[in-house]
Design a protein around this ligand. Sequence first.
Ligand SMILES: [Zn+2]
Length: 202
Amino acid sequence: MASPSNKGKDIAEGSSSQPQPQPPQPQQPQSPSNPPALSWYESQKQQDWNTFCHYIRNQQPPVHISQCGSNQILDFLQYLNQFGKTKVHVHGCVFFGQVEPAGHCKCPLKQAWGSLDALIGRLREAYEKNGGLPERNPFASGGIRVFLTEVRDSQAKARGVPYKKRKQKKTNPMKNSHCFWKFCKLLKQKKVKQFKKKNLSF
Ligand SMILES: [Zn+2]
């Protein structure tokens, strides 16, 4: 059985042109132990964190992670749009609201809401993993949440991708207070049948 450590060494040294075996290297008391392979999620999280830290360090003036707030995060998300691949139609575009536009337009490509949402989730974890306090986690702030919700809704409209509504198979008017009062009013007027016709179809 060939020793796997030797094999690994050969690959690492990468000197395929030399036929001679490598001399043993006694001066390696503790080869930096290979970290266990990270899951896709973990390595993506690390990569996102590095990108974000790099981004704020390159601001004018540079921002330290401890000073980081919603504004830097929102700027960062904005900055990422240039790498986006999701066409988001602007108001006035003939394809606004169309799922499958029948032609080209010059509307911008952006980061899809789902990507941003997942990114913020990873950064939120990375912040705490890197020593940030949960109660001061800027990625968990209300401002970011509101922003993401707005992006979600506006992209859904622009791209004609409606939010998957909860299954509303049998709408019980009694369950919905708004409908309930309407129901009562109509009940008095003995127009329940009409109400059912009108309201049970949504
Ligand atoms: Zn467009």
